[in-house]
Design a protein around this ligand. Structure first.
Ligand code: MN
Ligand code: MN
Ligand code: MN
Length: 345
């Protein structure tokens, strides 16, 4: 008989930014399969998800993978349900309308490694600043690449867990890094990003370092943190039409859709979407080929492939919920395709 440590992970109900929570269930002779992960429950009154009088919320397992950082360990992403089995209002995954996995998502998750003692990014001296940004992006060497040991350990954990992390890089601000994840299917893309974030938080514990998901951890002339959302559906992957690409981009540009998207693109995004630092201003919408100052970029690879490819929404920030980001993008793209009378799978 073996006893597995199965970590149930969920998102709490804090606003405007939800945080990861988790607890361990010891399961005898665990198969590692999702169908063998039982439903579980937790005290929602401790996570802003229920009142004390009827505090039980349910955890519905939706994704399981190995936990390479723990002996006999597994990680289970879960959705939070109300006691009656309906999705809790904090449950962004339940908003995703992609049952056939037509939508593929690639997220570029930026983050900043913080020293809990100073509440500054690592590499920032107390009471001062490091050299101005410029040399840090994709750097090597101890002056500029700060935190690599933690970052490398995180990458190994993700790969050993079986997450489809596709790359990492040092970012523009000192102490700021990025990992990229991709999945065919919006829900799975979100699951893998949340587990990737979980593993990053946990490896940070080992180093006594915190992860800041805030989109502007240092005010002033320092880059903010984003979570660019690269996406496609069958139409974008196969249409071969500049006109259709334009129409889909324009569907994102109506006032009501701009508001719907910004509402879930992460808290305090106005601090980051200023029109500077490779962003478009939060109150403007634009799209363009290869334009890193646009809200939505049409990657040159999509153009060179004859408008068979994907789009990149550059507005989501590092603290946004990838489930909610995916859900709102799917809604806009599906609506656009429908009005163009294009079949969406
Ligand atoms: Mn990137
Ligand atoms: Mn980046
Ligand atoms: Mn990007």
């Amino acid at each position: 008989m073996s006893k597995a440590k199965v970590e149930y992970i969920w998102l709490d109900g804090y606003k405007p930014t939800q945080s990861l929570r988790s607890k361990t269930k010891v399961i005898e002779n665990f198969s590692g399969k999702l169908e063998d992960c039982p439903m579980w429950s937790f005290d929602g009154s401790s996570t802003e998800q229920a009142e004390g009088g009827s505090s039980d919320c349910l955890l519905k397992p939706v994704y399981v993978c190995a936990d390479p950082g723990r002996k006999n360990g597994w990680l289970v992403m879960t959705e939070v349900l109300n006691a009656d089995g309906t999705p809790h209002e904090s449950n962004g995954r339940a908003l995703i309308d992609d049952d056939d996995n037509d939508f593929w998502f690639g997220f570029e998750q930026e983050y900043t490694i913080m020293d809990p003692a100073t509440q500054l990014p690592i590499g920032f001296p107390a009471g001062g600043f490091p050299a101005p940004q410029g040399p840090y992006y994709c750097s090597v060497g101890a002056n500029n690449a700060i935190g690599r040991e933690l970052v490398e350990e995180h990458l190994d954990l993700c790969l050993d867990a079986g997450l489809n992390v596709e790359g990492i890089n040092a970012e523009v601000m000192a102490g700021q890094w990025e990992f990229q994840g991709f999945a065919k299917g919006a829900a799975q893309a979100g699951d893998e990003m949340w587990i990737g974030r979980y593993l990053l938080e946990r490896v940070g514990e080992k180093y006594g370092l915190a992860i800041s998901w805030h989109c502007k951890p240092v005010k002033g002339d320092w880059n903010g943190s984003g979570m660019h959302a690269n996406f496609s559906n069958d139409v974008l992957r196969t249409c071969g039409s500049k006109e259709i690409y334009g129409k889909i981009c324009e569907a994102f540009g109506t006032q009501d859709r701009i508001a719907a998207h910004i509402a879930v693109y992460g808290a305090e995004n106005e601090q980051r979407l200023t029109g500077l630092h490779e962003t478009q201003s939060i109150d403007k919408f634009s799209y363009g080929v290869s334009d890193r100052g646009a809200s939505i970029r049409i990657p040159i690879a999509s153009v060179e492939n004859g408008y068979k490819g994907w789009l990149e929404d550059r507005r989501p920030n590092s603290a946004a919920d990838p489930y909610k980001v995916a859900a709102v993008i799917i809604k806009t793209v599906k609506t656009a395709c429908k009005s163009l009378d294009l079949q969406t799978a």
